[in-house]
Design a protein around this ligand. Sequence first.
Ligand code: UN1
Length: 512
Amino acid sequence: SILPLPTQPVKPGTSTGQHFWHATDSSTGQPTKTLDSYSPADGQLIARVTLTSRADYDHVIETAQAAFAEWRLVPAPRRGEIVRQMGEQFRRYKRELGTLVSYEMGKSLQEGLGEVQEIIDICDFAVGQSRQLYGLSMHSERPAHRMLEQWHPLGVVGIISAFNFPVAVWSWNAMLAWVCGDVCVWKPSEKTLLTALACQQIIGEVLRNNDVPEGVSCLITGGRDTGEWLARDPRVALVSATGSTRMGKAVAETVAGRLGKSLLELGGNNAIIVSEHADLDLAIPAIVFGAVGTAGQRCTSTRRIIVQESIYDDVKSRLKNAYAQLRIGNPLDESFHVGPVIDQAAVQSYELAIAEIRTSGGQFVVEPGLIDGLGFESGCYVRPCVAEAENHWPVVQRETFAPILYLLKYTTLDDAIRQQNGVPQGLSSAIFTLNMREAERFLAVAGSDCGIANVNIGTSGAEIGGAFGGEKETGGGRESGSDAWKAYMRRQTNTINYGTTMPLAQGITFEL
Ligand code: UN1
């Protein structure tokens, strides 16, 4: 069920919600600002959330710093046990949270549930990781010396997350950061505040039951300014930011200006190469899910398909048929495949891109348009569309967060790979082929330049076990599985002399 509408403004705070519940700004005595959350599904106001003032922000960071001094001393496997209990909580509330994600963000209920499953999966992963924060040991060049490396936590980790995965991306960061011994300050997208508050509530019980110090899990709310506070703040050791390339560049520059660490997950412009050796019965559903899933608002959404010329017309007509079967409507109703985009601004950027495709000379294979009438009153429902385009067009080169798929043609595989790589972004990519040589060339050094490269599956829907992220304007960060945990820790190299002499490295002699 959907959480009831708040009768009182909902206010953010730290993990147990004991702090920062005042109705006035503590420094100025002025009433605090609030932000409204509307569902794009039906246009309803679903929450009114107090924004974090600068004074409250400073209090949050101080609380987080104090919590870090204690939390880092808790043995990592014990921290993992607490994350395990959080995973249990998310299992318990999967339906409720998945429903809220779907209602507040607009993705289909199936995808909302899938997002909560990603949280559960990363919790399980992090529990195991908590016993595997391995450092290497080395052989010293000096006698009676030992060398090793250890991984220590960083401190306060700032997490800036986007509306499109309002809870999963937070959990990739937070669950790993916690087992690593860090404390987290989360600034969710201002478009999906209620799901963020729900996550704090869901884990709050675990934090209280385990006497976790206040400040290990903090939530701050606000827009760009609030994100900038994190980026500028030398008390924040790592800023992990997910969102647009524009936002990421601003964060990266600011954080680099104080020589802080940043971890960036920015835009994608993901393509699928469809070879003449493809099994189209696999390729078509993968393309359609990749392009219309989350209404084209995943950073991994399929935005371009690059099709071998001999099968181009066949793929085009199959896509036309597949799109004709798409049902668009309220995301909570499981008979629909596609829900709304997040808000009116997203509708505008969809319309802008459509106009630009037309002026560039693009032909629509599946027509775009806004949907209105009964059930579509929010004004956020758009038709997923497919346009024949050329890779170099500016509109194709940029990431429009909407269900628009560009159809491109290729002759040779080299040409296909050139087009696939020929965009500023480098997140996800795929090839559909049953030809082993083609698949291997795509994955090889001169193949895809993306952080994710798949064979016979689509560009979206990565599993949490792999490192997630991409190159070029995608920002270079890696989150989630593999050894992504290292980004949340600092490496310390130790050399220990257990002998009775003081030899120097590199054979240098120094006698007194
Ligand atoms: C994102 O869009 O920011 O691979 C994350 C996927 C999801 C995560 C997407 N597991 O599509």
